[in-house]
Design a protein around this ligand. Structure first.
Ligand SMILES: Nc1ncnc2c1ncn2[C@@H]1O[C@H](COP(=O)(O)OP(=O)(O)OP(=O)(O)O)[C@@H](O)[C@H]1O
Ligand SMILES: [Mg+2]
Length: 249
């Protein structure tokens, strides 16, 4: 399926120790260009750690990782020019309006004011934020705020976009709106790697997923393939089997 020639992300034997804690243990997987890829696992499994290494925010202890063809350790600047990130938690300035947040982010990417305004207008349309462009961010609902965070991360048109729990806390309608938005971004050619604890979301949205537990990759594949392999009817059951957890009735 995936060969390194068309991989957007390649992770080989990636290991990260925090003192005595091994957060990531010989993780190996790849993400094809244009894919929506889900990294799934229990709390503390190593998902955010993996993303932070791929974003060049953390140095690995061992192993290699390439993003958009560039090594995260030896070529971090080239990687940073090609990635976008929506972190776990909030990344907007609550006192600025929707449009001000977007143009502020454009400034960080050194866009000239006119280009920044054009891009911000375009993204506001794409994300369904045009109607609230002048609202102050602290007054937005959680779903609208998450859309704004996503729009801000797209200011630079990243080759690879990392979304850490983009829909946590959103109601089902807001989540589905966000899925549609993520699919649209993917359709425009951006590779997307996301984490989620909602496995039906991963099933609906992801071309392939990796299940990680205590820093180790336990399974990788398309949700449909994994269900066949694990003889499971849902991704929840695949997850429980792959992470050695029992379903409590
Ligand atoms: N900066 C840090 N210093 C020390 N330990 C850390 C640090 N960051 C993460 N860890 C540890 O590494 C492990 C993996 O954490 P990580 O945040 O990657 O998990 P996660 O899969 O994203 O979990 P969650 O689903 O709760 O977000 C955990 O044991 C965590 O306590
Ligand atoms: Mg996390």
């Amino acid at each position: 399926m995936t060969s390194s020639a068309d991989a957007a992300v390649e992770v080989i034997g990636l290991t990260k120790d925090f003192g005595a804690t091994r957060a990531l243990d010989q993780a190996t997987f790849d993400v094809a260009r244009g894919e929506i890829f889900g990294l799934l696992g229990p709390n503390g499994a190593g998902k955010t750690t993996t993303m932070r290494i791929l974003l060049t925010l953390l140095m690995p202890t061992a192993g290699t990782a390439r993003v958009a063809g560039y090594d995260v350790t030896t070529d971090p600047v080239a990687v940073r020019e090609r990635v976008g990130w929506v972190p776990q938690g909030h990344a907007v300035d609550p006192l600025l309006t929707v449009m001000e947040n977007m143009t502020f982010m454009a400034g960080l990417y050194h866009l000239a004011p006119a280009a920044a305004r054009r891009r911000a207008d375009q993204l506001a349309q794409l994300a369904g934020l045009a109607g609230c462009a002048n609202d102050v961010a602290k007054d937005l609902s959680g779903g609208t705020r998450r859309k704004l965070e996503l729009a801000m991360s797209l200011m630079s048109v990243p080759a690879v976009l990392f979304l850490d729990e983009p829909t946590t806390g959103l109601d089902i309608a807001a989540r589905r709106d966000l899925w549609a938005y993520v699919r649209q971004i993917s359709g425009d050619g951006t590779t997307i790697m996301l984490t989620t604890h909602y496995l039906e979301e991963a099933d609906a949205l992801c071309d392939r997923v990796a299940i990680i537990d205590r820093g180790r990759i336990q399974a990788t594949g398309a949700p449909g393939e994994l269900k066949i392999t694990y003889q499971a009817s849902t991704l929840d059951d695949v997850f429980l089997a792959a992470t050695g957890q029992e379903l409590v009735a």
